[in-house]
Design a protein around this ligand. Structure first.
Ligand code: ACO
Length: 323
């Protein structure tokens, strides 16, 4: 049986770090409020010349290096983003061009903070369907460019960055027998679309717009939605919380992460948390967190890793992978 196995990973962050203290000079907020309500201590903010495509390219090159591959080996570039360089063409084709690829195909996916889980599930279908042998799955965002920097209820929460994985079709044989993506569960419910949205767009205002959010409403739904899809992934694979080596959640808020893990019975030592370092980087947050936990040796080949996310739409999803 063909499985989508992770062959390489990479990450990229903007040069500039912005601490909570620096935000105190911009809006009426405090380091204490931000840390207590969200767990965020700092975030990276893109400067001149740094874009979703440039960060995505950097993460992709790092992932290719780790995999010992070159752009020639890739069939599909899939970019999860809600902050593309342009309305069109897709940021994925821009990254394809930056990598010097004129073969294969590339497209963007937009599921806001769940984008990386959606992109991994989609890449898996392209691999198992035989359309692509190797896929660069990239989550890349520059949310700083759609924030209202006078709105303290949103501007303190987000950051910029990118992460990438190389997925490869492998026959499940020998030591690889149970590696790869085991199941993916995706959900959305557009009746919540006004709780977290951008108030502009090409077909409505003709502007880019700014992020707007009813934070309490998002919070109210998050834990139930996240635990529901994770339980779906457990049921489909006949696994339980005890079988999981690592939970790598979308990094929106420490309280949502802790609440979900507690409800599922996953101990905090098995949860990868990077929201303190990166803030909420939307579709980039899971591959950035994966990079940290792979670099420091926590996640190893053979580990059972649950990815999960929830975001604007609402969209939500979970994906179980044997590393
Ligand atoms: N600094 C200081 N005070 C603030 C700030 C700030 N940055 N932002 C809001 N406040 C104030 C509010 O004005 C309010 O003051 P008031 O009582 O005088 O009216 C008070 O703090 C409490 O506001 P709440 O919105 O009730 O605060 P809450 O405890 O709900 O925390 C937060 C807000 C952190 C946004 C929380 O609701 C949350 O985490 N929601 C989830 C949203 C999220 O994570 N979104 C990310 C995108 S979706 C995703 O990725 C899953």
């Amino acid at each position: 049986m063909i499985r989508s196995v992770v062959r390489g990973y990479g990450a990229a962050l903007p040069k500039r770090v912005v601490t909570n203290r620096e935000l105190e000079d911009m809006v009426d907020t405090s380091d204490e409020w931000i840390v207590q309500r969200t767990g965020i201590r700092q975030r990276y903010i893109a400067g001149e010349g740094e874009t979703t495509a440039s960060l995505g390219e950097q993460a992709a090159r790092a992932a290719l290096d780790k995999a010992g591959l070159t752009p020639d080996d890739i069939d599909l570039v899939l970019v999860a983003t809600s902050t593309p360089n342009n309305t069109f063409p897709a940021t994925a084709v821009e990254i394809q061009d930056r990598l010097g690829m004129t073969h294969g195909y590339a497209f963007d996916m937009q599921a806001v903070c769940s984008g990386f889980v959606y992109a991994m599930a989609t890449a898996d279908l392209h691999i198992r369907g035989g359309m692509a042998k190797r896929v660069l799955v990239i989550g890349a965002e520059t949310f700083s460019r759609i924030l209202d920097w006078t709105d303290r209820t949103t501007c303190v929460l987000f950051g910029d960055g990118a992460g990438a994985l190389v997925l490869e079709a492998q026959e499940g044989e020998g030591t690889n027998a149970d590696r790869g993506i085991l199941t993916a569960h995706l959900r959305s419910d557009g009746s919540h679309k006004d709780k977290l949205f951008v108030d502009g767009g090409p077909s409505t205002t003709g502007t880019v717009g700014h992020l707007r959010m009813e934070g309490r409403e998002v919070f109210k739904h998050a834990v139930a939605m996240i635990t529901d899809v994770i339980e779906g992934a457990f049921d489909a694979t006949k696994t339980t919380a005890d079988d999981i080596d690592w939970l790598v959640p979308h990094q929106a808020n420490r309280r949502i992460i802790d609440g979900s893990a507690k409800k599922l019975g996953i101990p905090s030592e098995k949860v990868v948390v990077t929201v303190d370092l990166h803030g909420n980087t939307s579709a980039a947050s899971i591959p950035l967190a994966l990079s940290v936990a792979l670099d420091d040796g926590r996640i190893k080949q053979g580990d059972l890793v649950m990815l999960e996310a929830m975001g604007g739409g609402f969209t939500w999803g979970a994906l179980l992978i044997r590393w």
